[in-house]
Ligand binder design. Structure first.
Ligand code: F0G
Length: 464
């Protein structure tokens, strides 16, 4: 196979450097083994998130100079409006400074009574938290293959339609909306098929339940549809995106992902009455509805990013870069979720570190090792993020999977950066028996992974 080079050339560079090992060790200790506590300057290859970390293009940077910073009616708002209509087909939207504000607006308006249920393939943690703070129940109904890191299925993000129907039959009066996350981040960045989006939408319509898409990675999802779903190969990604969103009543969007912007988001809906109510709330929490917590220049960067992300040369490179990274890890015996998803590779820490029990946080232990050994930062998606306490017995319950996500920022790292990460993991593989679990010494009640602190159960042995 011929190599697929980056479809851009570099115009500006940003220095990164690997700190000496003792300094990395000290930062880990001082930060309570939380990767959130490590200053970015002390990270060599930062694969913490693909959110807000994209490199903008020259066209986007040029757009910043055309930011209109008027309080009301900035030209960039109208450009973004036109773009959202063209790309997604939604007539109305509210800009917000990032995705979770769109979630907050939507759930605070629709979850009118305690105990209301919101199904999704998998809720992202902020989505779940925004439902729970509004006294709702966030229900994950991804297909069984989506919960098995080894199952081979082209669309592991699909909604389980049999279970969704059951839930609708039992409780439709108590379900104010149903969501679908494209791609399914908490389930491994796995795509949802066009057929599944359509079927979910039809089921919602049958029961009179509004259907909203969490659209963060809509273009990556559409590229998977184009390349994996029978009959879609000859359509453009733009056409597929239009069809996907034609089935939805609205969407929440963090433009920090497929908006190729460093900040921004929006809430789109076809429901005018809801939009009117949310507009009032937006003014209280974010700002006037033509800027929604963003500068005019940010609105412009998002408007341009939403068009640029549909470039199929870019998407082919993007998805191939992630797939090749996953392939190299597989070749050296690092267990990952397969097939690889759109924005990240997820290492299965449970399989890599069978000697560390889930309640000793094997995925957190692996993230600590990645930083300690190579200055690489990934994020734990396991018991730190999703572990729960049984409300009746007070017992700690582990999460179903122990994953470390290595998210690839868009247009930022070349393949040789990722080859370096493969080498670091090869080294960890050879010393994995020396890795130890952790004990949580502090945890807040909501979204605990952001600020939790730890102690290592036994001093780690030097691996050098
Ligand atoms: N939905 C999904 C699927 C997400 O991945 C995120 C953010 C959000 C909603 C919230 O958007 O950060 O703009 O408020 N995901 C980031 C990540 C944080 O690292 O995966 P936000």
């Amino acid at each position: 196979m011929r190599s697929l080079p980056e479809p851009w050339r570099v115009k500006v560079v940003e220095k990164i450097r690997l700190l000496p090992r003792e300094e990395r060790e000290q930062l880990l200790r001082e930060g309570g083994y939380s990767l959130f506590k490590i200053p970015s300057d002390a990270v060599f290859i930062d694969l913490f998130t693909d959110s807000g970390t994209s490199a903008m293009s020259d066209w986007q940077w040029a757009g910043l100079m055309q930011g209109d910073e008027a309080y009301a009616g900035a030209r960039n708002f109208f450009h973004l409006q036109e773009t959202i209509q063209d790309v997604f087909g939604f007539p109305h939207f509210l800009p917000v400074h990032q995705g979770r504000v769109a979630e907050n607006l939507l759930f605070s308006a629709l979850l009118t009574q305690p105990g209301m249920i919101v199904p999704n393939n998998n809720h992202f943690d902020t989505t779940r938290a925004n439902i729970e703070v509004n006294h709702g129940i966030a229900l994950d109904l991804v297909i069984a293959e989506g919960r098995d890191p080894n199952a081979n299925h082209p669309f592991k993000g699909n909604m389980d339609l049999v279970r969704l129907r059951q839930v609708f039959e039992e409780s439709s009066a108590n379900i104010p909306l149903c969501m679908l996350t494209l791609t399914n981040n908490s389930g491994g960045g796995q795509p949802v098929s066009l057929a599944n989006v359509k079927a979910t939408s039809e089921l919602c319509r049958e029961f009179g339940i509004p259907f909203y898409i969490d659209a963060c990675r809509f273009a990556e999802n559409a590229f998977f549809i184009k390349t994996r779903e029978p009959g879609q190969q000859d359509r453009s990604v733009a056409e597929i995106v239009q069809e996907v969103f034609s089935y939805a009543d609205g969407c929440t969007m963090s433009a920090k992902k497929d908006g190729l912007a460093n900040i921004g988001g929006f809430l789109a809906t076809r429901n005018d009455e809801l939009l009117e109510r949310l507009t009032q709330r937006l003014i209280v929490i974010e700002g006037f509805p033509t800027y929604g917590g963003l500068a005019g220049r940010d609105l412009e960067a998002v408007a341009r990013g939403l068009r640029e992300v549909l470039d199929e040369n870019y998407l082919r490179y993007r998805i191939t870069q992630v797939a090749n990274f996953g392939e190299k890890l597989t070749q050296i015996g690092i267990p990952i979720m397969r097939p690889t998803g759109g924005h990240a590779v997820y290492i299965d820490a449970k399989t890599l570190l069978p000697h560390i029990p889930a309640l000793h946080f094997p995925a957190q232990a692996l993230s600590v090792a990645l930083y300690r050994e190579g200055g690489v930062r990934g994020v734990e998606i396991g018991t730190v993020m999703f572990g729960q306490t049984d409300p009746e017995t007070g017992e700690d319950l582990p999460a179903p999977m122990e994953l470390v996500r290595l998210a690839i920022p868009r247009r930022v790292f070349t393949n040789s950066h990722l080859d370096y990460v493969v080498e670091v993991l090869e080294h960890i593989r050879d010393h994995r028996d020396e890795l130890r679990g952790l004990r949580m010494t502090y945890a807040p009640k909501v979204l605990r992974h952001f600020t939790a602190r730890f102690e290592e159960l036994e001093p780690a042995m030097a691996m050098v």
